[in-house]
Design a binder for this molecule. Structure first.
Ligand SMILES: [Zn+2]
Length: 266
């Protein structure tokens, strides 16, 4: 019985690491194998082997191999940064080179406004069709989520965010705005606001969503002809008052998009 539970635990760890990082599950299996060959016994032997291989692979090997799959890491610059460093550590920061050049254009566009573009989940480094959960469509190097922009109560712009992960801190519709969230929930799409569980903790509670600055970001995104679709919640599209066919509603089967902007290449 004890060994059955052990096997079950290892299988669930393998699956979780694969879902979270793509390569983690495979590295876990290699670590188990090496650990069984290595006769010396000490506490956390497998964990330390895993940590050493995972770190080396993630930072030294994966970026090189990803090139074979037409993907590269999102380039950090003065004004392009991850909302959460963990995104990079988990290998969730890979895009097609075309998307990096779009980011570069947006950065140049918004530099004089002091806007730092904070990215969220992108794609994994390998294989088209391998989804980066919970985003089903982030599976081909063409998709990227970006954080909203905020200001403090006095209207002073801030590049900080309202949740640690960058997800799950919603800018809900006011009572006069169209409420897509309610519609989806009423239709039985229980998962529509699931991202409220993914904040990893709320921070900077004094910040307010800046429609003005987020609109600037949106306009800059849409200046790039390579962008095929942008997803944002309908009430925020209306609030921005931008008419562009590429801003679409993502559908009730997805999760609500009033905590981030989703962009994708054609
Ligand atoms: Zn997305």
């Amino acid at each position: 019985m004890k060994s059955f539970i052990k096997i079950l635990f290892k299988i669930s760890l393998f699956l979780s690491l694969t879902i979270l990082t793509q390569i983690g599950g495979a590295i876990f299996l290699i670590s188990l194998l090496l650990s069984s060959f290595w006769k010396k016994n000490y506490k956390l032997k497998t964990v330390s082997i895993f940590a050493a291989i995972y770190t080396t692979t993630t930072f030294a090997i994966v970026p090189k191999l990803a090139e074979q799959f037409g993907r590269e890491k999102i380039k950090h610059t003065e004004n392009v940064k991850p909302t959460m460093l963990l995104t990079d550590i988990l290998n969730r920061n890979y895009v097609n080179p075309e998307l990096n050049s779009v980011l570069n254009n947006i950065e140049r566009d918004l530099k004089s406004d002091g806007i730092i573009i904070k990215y969220l989940d992108a794609n994994f480094p390998f294989f088209d069709g391998f989804p980066l959960l919970p985003h089903l469509s982030h599976n081909d190097g063409k998709k990227l989520d970006l954080s909203f922009l905020y200001a403090d109560v006095k209207g002073v712009p801030s590049n900080k965010k309202k949740s640690r992960s960058g997800y799950g801190s919603f800018e809900s519709p006011t009572k006069n705005e169209y409420n897509q969230i309610l519609k989806c929930k009423n239709k039985g799409y229980w998962q529509y606001d699931f991202s409220k569980y993914l904040t990893l903790g709320s921070v900077n509670s004094d910040l307010l969503y800046s429609n003005h600055r987020t609109k600037k970001l949106m306009i800059s995104i849409l200046r790039n002809e390579e962008i095929g679709k942008v997803f944002i919640e309908p009430h925020l599209k209306a609030r921005m008052n931008i008419n562009d066919d590429r801003i679409r509603f993502h559908g009730c089967q997805a999760v609500r998009h009033d905590d981030h902007i989703h962009i994708q290449l054609k």
